[in-house]
Design a protein around this ligand. Structure first.
Ligand code: UTP
Length: 297
């Protein structure tokens, strides 16, 4: 039984790296193979025992709400046409009635600000935060692995992965005091450090289990890197009063907030689908050969 029952999905960002695709479509609705990014995150949360889903959205993101609701007309047509697989896919994506809440973040003032808007709904409970642009392929799901570890550590826990020193400038990085298996006990976090100043190579990726004390911290936090209210700053400031740890999950993470990472996720997930593996490999071989011929010419 999971002790974490509620999850927050911040999806109010502008998605500028995917313009013009994201001019009228939320980034979180871009598909990896045939499922939107947001569905991977919601599935992962459900596998971890989450029962309440809070989406922090913005004005242009109605499609996300529609995706998780019922689609009676579409379902009726698919049933009549006996398109069972398509009907299953549509019904599977629906969240139980009354389990989801959609909050508006009118100005994207940062991830920390987006999370702070869920304070009243979360109340005095530990809660998860999932960033759908990080798609994580992990046995049982990354969040499920974290929930089991968090039952031992309590406090704030962030998912981490080891990166090259040069790459630390793109991530929040843990200041590690001690390692116990997959758990990294930490005394702080530094947002996007220069490689020579990075306290470790353990980089934060988009999964968190947070103590509700984070809301008091976020309420008084000043804007940090990029002029935004940074979630990592709030977690780091809480190190004085709470255990803070990283969890080196077992799995592969794809940065679908970047175009290159998004393309890789599509390839990896296509290759893992038996009905698509052969065709994808053929396609890759063809393109590789064409690319090499062009290079040699
Ligand atoms: P990103 O900075 O990666 O997303 O935020 P973005 O702003 O949409 O993307 P680019 O850089 O312009 O391409 C990480 C996550 O936090 C959410 C985003 O929606 C994304 O899921 N976020 C960020 C918010 O909900 N509100 C914010 O104010 C900032």
């Amino acid at each position: 039984m999971s002790h974490v029952k509620i999850a927050v999905f911040p999806v109010a960002g502008l998605g500028t790296r995917f313009l013009p695709a994201t001019k009228s479509i939320p980034k979180e609705m871009l598909p990896v193979v045939d499922r939107p990014l947001i569905e991977y995150a919601v599935e992962e949360a459900r596998a971890a025992g989450i029962e309440e889903f809070v989406f922090v959205t913005s004005a242009s993101k109605r499609a996300i709400e529609d995706h998780f609701g019922a689609a009676p007309e579409l379902e009726r047509q698919l049933r009549t046409a006996r398109k069972t697989a398509a009907l299953d896919a549509v019904s599977r994506s629906r969240l139980p009635e009354g389990s989801s809440t959609f909050l508006r973040q009118d100005n994207p003032r940062g991830l920390g600000h987006a999370v702070s808007l869920a304070a009243r709904l979360v109340g005095d409970r530990p809660f998860a935060v999932l960033l759908p642009d990080d798609v994580i392929d992990a046995p049982g799901g990354c969040l499920r692995q974290m929930v089991a570890a968090h039952a031992e550590t309590g406090g704030h826990m962030v998912a981490t992965m080891t990166v090259d020193r040069e790459a630390t400038r793109a991530y929040g990085v843990l200041d590690v005091t001690e390692r116990a298996g997959r758990i990294f006990h930490a005394r702080g976090l530094v947002e996007k450090p220069a490689p020579e100043a990075a306290p470790s190579r353990e980089a934060v990726v988009g999964r968190y289990i947070l103590d509700p004390a984070i809301f008091r911290r976020l309420a008084t936090l000043r804007p940090g890197a990029g002029g935004e209210i940074q979630l990592t700053d709030a977690i780091s400031a809480d190190c004085e009063n709470l255990p803070v740890s990283g969890f080196g999950f077992d799995g592969a993470r794809y940065d679908c907030g970047s175009v290159a990472g998004y393309l890789e996720a599509n390839l990896a997930f296509a290759l893992s689908r038996p009905e698509l593996t052969g065709g994808t490999l053929d396609m890759m071989a063809r393109h590789l050969a064409r690319h090499q011929t062009r290079g040699a010419a």
